[in-house]
Structures are given as C-alpha cells and as structure tokens.
Write a protein that binds this ligand. Structure first.
Ligand SMILES: NC(=O)c1ccc[n+]([C@@H]2O[C@H](COP(=O)([O-])OP(=O)(O)OC[C@H]3O[C@@H](n4cnc5c(N)ncnc54)[C@H](O)[C@@H]3O)[C@@H](O)[C@H]2O)c1
Length: 384
C-alpha cells in the first residue's frame, strides 16, 4: 500500500537547505510545499528552481500555514533554538540541522518541549546513514569488534585556510562559542558514539585560532561568488573561535580517544576519518570514500568491505539502494535519514531510528565541555 503524502517545508536556502529539499523529493511520498529564506527575492528564485510552490521570508508566516506538517530548520546556528522552539510550539514536527543549539541550556529546553508536545524531533547527523557506517555499527552491535579499547580520528577541511576566508561560522554570536569543534567535531563525536554505543564522559581540548584577524568581504560573499575581491572590498575582523582543535576524550567504559578537527588543512576538503580499536578487530573509514570500510586483525588477514547490499549485514542492507560498484554518498545519506524520519511520521514505523533532539543535546554538551576545557586548560566532565 502506498504511504500517505506528508507535507513539509524547509527554512534555509543556502548550502544545506536545498540538499534537504532534493532528498525529500526523492522519497516519493513527501511534498515540499514551502521554502523560507531571509531575502524574499532570492528565496522566490530558489523556490522556483527547486520546484517548491511557496516562498516565505518570515518563518512565522510559514508556521501559520496549516498544510505544513513537518518543518526543517537549515538556518544558521543562532536561529536553531528560536526557530525549533517556534516549530514545536506551532504543533509541527521538527527536523533541525546540527548543532541543535549554541548552548546546553537551550538544547535541554528543546528536548523537554519536544517531549511535552509529543512531536517528532530529529537532528541531521547524516554520516550515520552511509550504508557502511551502518555496517560498522552492525559489527559493533554483534560484538564482532570485541571491547572498545580506543577511538581516534580526525575531521579535516581547508575552506578557512586563507585569512581572506570568512563565514558566519567564525562569528561567536551566530555560530556559538566554537567554530571547528561545534561544526564538524559534533559529527565525529555523534558518529563514533553511534557506532560503538559508548558515551564520551570527559574531554581535554586544545584550541587554535590560526588567523586571529581575518579579512571579511564587506558585501555578502554570495554576491561576489567567482569574482576576485580587491583590498578595499574587505574589512578586518578579530576572530575568537578555533579553526583547529585537538581533543582527548574518555569513554564510559574507561577507554581513551582523541580527535583532531581542522578547517585550515590544505587539500583536505571534508575528510572525516575514524578508527575504532576493538579487542577483536579495528574498524576504520574515511568518509570521503564512503563506499569502503576496513576491518583490521592481528592474527589473520585484514578485511576490506565495499558497499554492496549483497554482502552487508541485514541491519545495514536497507541503507544501500544500488548494487555494488555504484557509489552512494552524501546526498544519499540525507535521503536515508529522512526516509526513517518520514516513515515514522507516516505511521509506517514505530521506532526513532534516527538522531533525535536527545542526540543533538548530547553533541552540544560535548562541544560545551571542549570549549570550557580549552579555556581552562584542564579535563572537563561532559554535563549531559
Ligand atoms: N549536516 C550537515 O552535513 C550540514 C552541512 C552544512 C550545514 N549544516 C548546518 O546547516 C545550517 C545551515 O548551514 P548552511 O551552510 O546551509 O548556511 P548558509 O549560510 O549557506 O545558509 C543559511 C540560510 O539561512 C537563511 N536564513 C538566515 N536567517 C534567516 C531568517 N531569519 N529566516 C529564514 N531564513 C534565514 C539564509 O537565507 C540562508 O539561506 C547550519 O546550522 C550548519 O551547521 C549541516
């Protein structure tokens, strides 16, 4: 039987908002009926380009639209609390981009509000939804990796390498106190704790602000896309947030870990690498190569999985939609995440098999502890 049609809206028309629209359209039973952005004219254009019938520049007006059942929040971080709260208050289900909020004071309130309203709440930790992330989890769930002895890895990018690179992610008012740890470290922590089932209990962080003064374009960056800016087109701004960080951590089973995050590593575009050292085997992946997973053994040959539904565990199989040799990646992971969310909304599933606001809150708590640790130069317990 066909699933009932669910009507959705997306707030945010920048990088990731349109990715949400595209992924939703691929589900087949979700209609994206409205798009909302800050600039009315640009939002109209984006809505037309994405085939979305209505455009709003005030999210409150969108929330008054009775046709909309689910709202995605893909706005900058400073609007996550306010907008997510308004979505839930309007009685609509909420799919929020990460980080859930800038502080745990806010994320705790959202967790409570979602529970009180009995509405679906999800956070876009999309890297869980690569078929081979699910396979890694299946290996751990089945006890095939043994006890977790250590976790290590990194998430490296280069888009803030130059002093002329600027983004709202560097503005603490908009992004929250952390840049790199909040923006990409949150993904690393969510993924390794999802795969292993362990919790990060304490962190010891060291932050670096590579460019303490950056040159910010005076006009919106989008308007200059593809053009060379002249010196007079920039203004100098002081930067307080980190663009590089090393974080030691301890897990609930006593095991140790470490990760490095960087947005100033030349040549690394979006390289999330994790390695989980278990007593039976180690599991590792580089998510720029999402169709590969490695398992390492001491006493026998190592294994190399390729994404092929016919060799994946039953648990991971539903996340692979094409035969082996046909790569699946970033946009497909969003589709997988949203499929679980919308099957639940449509009443076809009774489990929250996606990251919820509780998971979003947990990531915010880790980031908050890392910020405090870096400032105070000591180990800090994560206050969930
Ligand atoms: N899960 C992921 O892999 C992933 C990837 C990228 C971004 N993100 C998250 O998504 C969010 C958005 O990031 P982005 O890179 O798309 O940012 P962006 O700057 O490209 O886009 C932000 C959008 O928000 C809109 N906006 C700003 N103020 C608004 C307002 N008052 N009302 C309505 N719309 C408003 C802007 O018009 C713009 O379209 C961030 O929180 C980021 O952390 C997640």
């Amino acid at each position: 039987m066909a699933m009932r049609t669910v009507k959705a809206a997306v707030i945010g028309t920048g990088f990731i908002g349109p990715a949400h629209v595209e992924a939703l359209k691929r589900l087949g039973f979700v209609e994206v009926v409205a798009l909302c952005g800050r600039n009315p004219e640009r939002t109209e254009q984006k809505a037309a380009a994405l085939g979305v019938p209505r455009a709003y520049s005030d999210y409150r007006k969108l929330l008054a639209n009775p046709d909309v059942e689910v709202v995605h929040n893909a706005s900058p971080n400073n609007l996550h609390f306010e907008v997510n709260q308004a979505i839930l208050e309007s009685g609509k289900h909420c799919v929020s981009e990460k980080p859930l909020t800038r502080t745990t004071a806010e994320s705790r309130r959202l967790v409570a509000l979602a529970q009180e309203k009995g509405l679906l709440n999800a956070v876009c930790f999309n890297y869980r939804f690569y078929p081979l992330s699910q396979q890694a989890k299946a290996i751990c769930d089945a006890g095939k990796a043994g006890d977790v002895y250590a976790i290590h890895g990194s998430y490296l990018q280069d888009w803030l390498l130059h002093e002329t690179d600027y983004s709202w992610r560097l503005d603490q008012e908009v992004s929250g106190e952390s840049c790199a740890v909040g923006d990409i470290g949150s993904h690393f922590c969510d993924l390794v704790t999802f795969i292993t089932g362990h919790t990060i209990t304490e962190v010891m962080a060291d932050f670096q602000t590579t460019h303490k003064v950056r040159k910010r374009p005076k006009a919106a960056v989008e308007a200059f896309a593809g053009k060379t800016l002249k010196p007079e087109d920039y203004e100098e701004v002081q930067i307080e947030s980190e663009d590089f960080a090393s974080v030691l951590f301890r897990l609930d089973n006593g095991a140790r870990g470490a990760f490095t995050v960087s947005q100033v590593s030349a040549g690394r575009k979006n390289r999330l690498v994790y390695e989980i050292d278990g007593s039976t085997c180690a599991i590792s992946a580089d998510l720029e190569r999402p169709n590969e997973l490695w398992a390492g053994y001491r006493d026998r040959a190592n294994e190399s999985y390729v994404k092929d539904p016919s060799i994946l565990s039953e648990q991971a199989q539903p996340y692979a939609h094409y035969p082996g040799g046909h790569p699946e990646g970033y946009p497909d992971a969003f589709k997988n995440l949203f499929l679980n969310v919308y099957r639940r909304i449509a009443g076809e599933s009774s489990v929250d098999d996606f990251p919820t606001f509780v998971d979003g809150h947990r990531a915010v708590a880790i980031v908050e502890a890392a910020v405090r640790s870096a400032r105070e130069g000591r180990w800090v317990e994560v206050d969930y």
